[in-house]
Design a protein around this ligand. Sequence first.
Ligand code: SF4
Length: 394
Amino acid sequence: MCELSAEEPLKKLDTINFRKLAWNTELANNVNSLKKLKKYFSLTEGEEHSMQEVLDNHPMNIPRYYLSLINPDDPHDPIRKLAIPTAEELVVAGQMGETTGDPYGDDKHNKGNGILHKYPYSALVVATEYCSMYCRHCFRKRLVGLPNDKTVENFQNAAKYIAEHKEITNVIISGGDPMMLPTKVIAKMLEALKDIDHVNYVRIGTRTPVVYPLRYFDDELIEVLRNFNKQKTLYIPTHFNHANEITDLSKEAVMRIRNAGITVNNQAVFLKGVNDTVQDLEDLMNGLIRIGVNPYYLYQCMPVSRVRHHFQVPLKRGVDIVSKAKRSLDGYAKRFKFIMGHDIGKIEICGRKDDILVMSQIHARPEHPEEASRILMGHLTENAGWFEDLDLIQ
Ligand code: SF4
């Protein structure tokens, strides 16, 4: 594990007032190379070598704000695990079993123009493939950038597809991170959706309130979101994983979004060494409720190549942790569903009775509508981490 440099420049980041920085120019200071990382961490030659190999497969991109949340005195710091690459990413598949680059079946459901139409009622548009931070646990590790004019052109075509499909009741603008697009591009995308009558609401999925809250100190963006929300309901699903990510700045960012009348929901990922204790979950869910963010999903870590081996929590252990955490959480804090985002649809993990895992499928593919509300049960083994590892009871 890389050590902090002797001069501990990380601590100096605490003195920066990030809310005063222009969000687009500050991105130039992101730590996105070994050279920049070495400003903050001392690496041995061996570590440098293995980390370069990791970066060749999954790039690094860490905003200085997010880097400032790392506690330099804690070698097991959760923020560090979410942001800094480790040699464990060289393991394509390991102790937890087989992996894939496309666990959610995105490629299969791609309708072109960046649209994924998996469920009849929801259309997901991949607006960009750039993020302010590349999370080490990301399930869309196949990241490449698209120029902005191409994004707008693609989006016009996506909007046409949505207008032609009256069964679509909601649109998710996703990525990558759509909030990394210039405000004018976001405005144009929303404009293209506002008059489609059968779309009840729009979601913009973004991790920026967590990893790059300074984006929300751009008044122009807040106005674009506020104005759209007056015409069609807008939700912001975000992605807090640990209570240490709830800071004064992220709280202010959330407040600015909420003051524009927009609801913020959270989709966390359950990750080994990051949030896999009862206390971690309690602190996270209570912290979210306190800042006005609704806990919505807690995702079981998917069997993603270079992720599963070191981040996935076995289901048997995981369901016990989640069940215990729910005992002490109040009604609003425990509203989240513990979910497997599987290719066949979303599967809620309800609990276990001895070695039998009880699940409820809550979304299904259009060709199997009868699966959308079925109860599933499967035998657990100590290491089972995903649906395929369960011996299903027919
Ligand atoms: S912000 Fe989301 S899409 Fe981007 S790297 Fe993180 S998890 Fe992946």
